[in-house]
Structure formats: structure tokens, C-alpha cells
Write a protein that binds this ligand. Structure first.
Ligand code: LMR
Length: 361
């Protein structure tokens, strides 16, 4: 081979090598909700930060609306490495064998968002993420959505109104017990199937924060909505553990920071998105909206509190008591600030004494 030919072969080889070296690391981020929801917008925000800050070394592909996988399938896909990142709702970790996440599904356990954030960002959140490691999953952040509202084709004002109603739920045993405590028949169903199930009368109603209800057009097939704030829906952003651990350290640090910044953004927009969705549902005229008065919330709470006791063993009494204590602490701080308890907070068990000694920190 002449010198020229050798140089050419070398140059081509080098070009191919650098092209290969420049291939971005792809993160497939699958989720089940619409892009214009708190989770959907945050996924796009993370993509932007991650791609900008790694200068293109990382490419995030966001797949919304169950485009790639439905609820249960996406967990399996993550474990198998077919996708790298998800943000399932906290009610969907039970089937993985980590039932403690169902703490967040307990009805009326969190009287306000401050309590929630402290629980998520403190020892309880760390403990929950620790449980994922054995499943080949790493937890990165807790994202917010909001308190859930009840919808159906008949009014739901009293607990008796739920008798016999077929209510779609996420795959959580706590939510199953919650609906049963109200006298309803719970039906587990993937999120992507809810609209048509409501439309065809396979189920009568459901529960979700307003942003999910509105963006899936569920209000078009639900005549009644009760603003009950009876439970909470939030997310854990999770990644395939081996994938995450295998990233170059500098890239992982940049992505961790991008995720932390995205979480701040996500929690800021969550309430706004839900408020806007409520206004849009009101304006649409499809659904009659009823706000559960405080005195009736207390009655609903009485009917639902036995669910806390029922799940003490499955979730962990220490974990539940720790959440009660955080709620009580937040309440105390609020009272000290205002010299009176915040009346707009939901009645929660925070004022009740913990049933047992809280776990040691
Ligand atoms: C649901 O299935 O109702 C929700 O978990 C959907 C979601 O991800 O917000």
C-alpha cells in the first residue's frame, strides 16, 4: 500500500472512531400521562437540561401517553433495560414487591404539601429508595402531582353514595381497601384504558388529580366530580440501576444536578397545572363539581381511617408513625407562625397520637 493510501485508510478509520465516540448516551424516558401534565412537562424539562448541560453527550427520548409501555409493562421494561428512566406513580410499586410505597396511598394521611415534601426528602424517602436497590432500580427523585378527586356519573356527597359504584384504581392494595371502605367495588386498570372504560361503562368512576382527569378527557365521560382531596398522587423518578451506575461519573453528576433542578421546577408547576385543569373542567360544562365541605370530610375520614390500621403490617407501623410525626411537626410550626391551626388544611391523623414509638432516626 502506498503512503497516501495508508494515510487515507488511517484517516477514514479515525473518522469512524470519533463518530462512534461521539454517539450520545440515550436515555429512554417512558411515562403514561399527557405531555401537558406536571410529570409530562417535567420530563421535557429534564431532557432539555440534561442535553444542554452534557453538551449533547446524553440524549433523552421522552415517550409520553403509554406510547411505549403501559403501567405494569414499563416497570418490567426498566428492569430489563429496554428503557432507562420512568416516573411511575407511588401507587404502582406494590407489584414490584415494595409495598411500603403504599404509605402515600393511605387516605387523608398527608394534610398538606409541606408534610409530603418533608416525608419524600427526608429519612422516609431515603428508606423507600433503599428498598428499590435489590430490584435493580435506583430512585432519583420524588415528583409531585396533587391530591386526588373523585369522579363518577352520579353525585358522591356522602359515603353512602359510593355503595356499589365500580371505581377504577391503580394497582395498590391500599387503594383497593380505600374503595371497599367506602362501599365501592375497586377495579385495577392501566391508566391508558381508563377513558374508554368510563365511556363504555365498564367502570362508573375513578380518582385522580385534576391534571390527569382533564388531559385524558375523563371529564367528558364523567357527569360528577367531588373535590375531596382524600388521597395523594405523586411519583418516584427511577432508573435502571446498572445503567446509572455504569455512566461516566461526570455525566452522572451532571444528570443528578439536572434532576434536582427539574424536581424544583416540577413541584412548582404541579399545583398550577391542577388549578388550571380544574378551571378548564369547570368551563367545559360537562361535569358538575361539588366541593366536599369540611364537616363531611371528617365523616369520610372516619370511614377511611381503618385502612391505616389495616395496612400497618404491610407498610410498616414505624413508617406510618414517622409520617404522622412529620405531619404533626409541620402543623405545630404552622400554628406557631399563625398562632392558629391552618383551617384550609385537610383533617389528617396528624393530631392523633402515634400508635407506637416512632422509628429511630
Ligand atoms: C394513574 O394510573 O391514575 C396515574 O398513576 C397516572 C399517572 O402516572 O399520573
Amino acid at each position: 500500500m502506498s503512503l497516501r493510501a495508508s494515510l487515507l485508510v488511517f484517516a477514514l478509520g479515525f473518522a469512524a472512531f470519533t463518530a462512534q465516540a461521539a454517539e450520545p448516551i440515550v436515555i429512554k424516558f417512558s411515562h403514561v400521562v399527557a405531555p401537558d401534565t406536571p410529570k409530562g412537562r417535567a420530563a421535557e424539562y429534564f431532557k432539555k437540561l440534561a442535553e444542554e448541560r452534557t453538551k449533547g453527550a446524553v440524549k433523552v427520548e421522552v415517550y409520553p401517553n403509554s406510547q411505549l409501555y403501559k403501567d405494569r409493562e414499563e416497570m418490567e421494561a426498566l428492569q430489563l433495560g429496554a428503557v432507562q428512566m420512568l416516573a411511575p406513580s407511588l401507587a404502582k410499586f406494590g407489584p414490584l414487591g415494595v409495598r411500603a410505597f403504599e404509605l402515600f396511598d393511605l387516605p387523608y394521611v398527608f394534610p398538606n404539601k409541606e408534610t409530603l415534601y418533608r416525608v419524600m426528602d427526608g429519612d422516609i424517602g431515603k428508606k423507600l429508595f433503599g428498598m428499590l436497590e435489590a430490584k435493580g432500580i435506583t430512585g432519583l427523585a420524588f415528583w409531585d402531582n396533587g391530591f386526588k378527586q373523585m369522579s363518577a356519573n352520579k353525585p358522591m356527597r356522602t359515603v353512602e353514595d359510593f355503595k356499589g359504584l365500580k371505581m377504577r384504581i391503580q394497582s395498590s392494595k391500599v387503594l383497593e381497601a380505600q374503595m371497599k371502605a367506602l362501599g365501592a367495588n375497586p377495579q385495577v386498570m392501566a391508566f391508558s384504558e381508563v377513558y374508554s372504560a368510563l365511556q363504555q361503562g365498564v367502570v362508573d368512576g375513578t380518582e385522580n388529580p385534576m391534571s390527569n382527569l382533564y388531559t385524558q378527557k375523563m371529564h367528558e365521560v364523567q357527569k360528577h366530580l367531588t373535590l375531596s382531596d382524600h388521597g395523594y398522587l405523586g411519583y418516584a423518578v427511577i432508573v435502571n440501576k446498572a445503567f446509572w451506575a455504569g455512566l461516566p461519573a461526570d455525566i452522572r453528576a451532571t444528570l443528578d444536578k439536572a434532576m434536582a433542578d427539574t424536581t424544583v421546577f416540577e413541584r412548582k408547576i404541579a399545583q398550577e397545572e391542577n388549578d388550571e385543569a380544574l378551571a378548564k373542567v369547570k368551563a367545559s360544562g360537562y361535569t358538575q363539581i361539588y366541593t366536599l365541605p369540611y364537616r363531611d370530610r371528617v365523616v369520610w375520614q372516619q370511614a377511611l381511617l381503618p385502612v391505616h390500621k389495616e395496612f400497618e403490617d404491610k407498610i410498616g407501623r414505624d413508617l406510618i408513625n414517622s409520617a404522622y410525626l412529620v405531619a404533626a411537626q409541620v402543623e405545630k410550626e404552622k400554628a406557631a407562625q399563625t398562632k392558629a391551626p391552618a383551617a384550609k388544611d385537610k383533617p389528617g391523623p396528624a393530631k392523633a397520637k402515634p400508635a407506637a414509638k416512632p422509628e429511630k432516626k
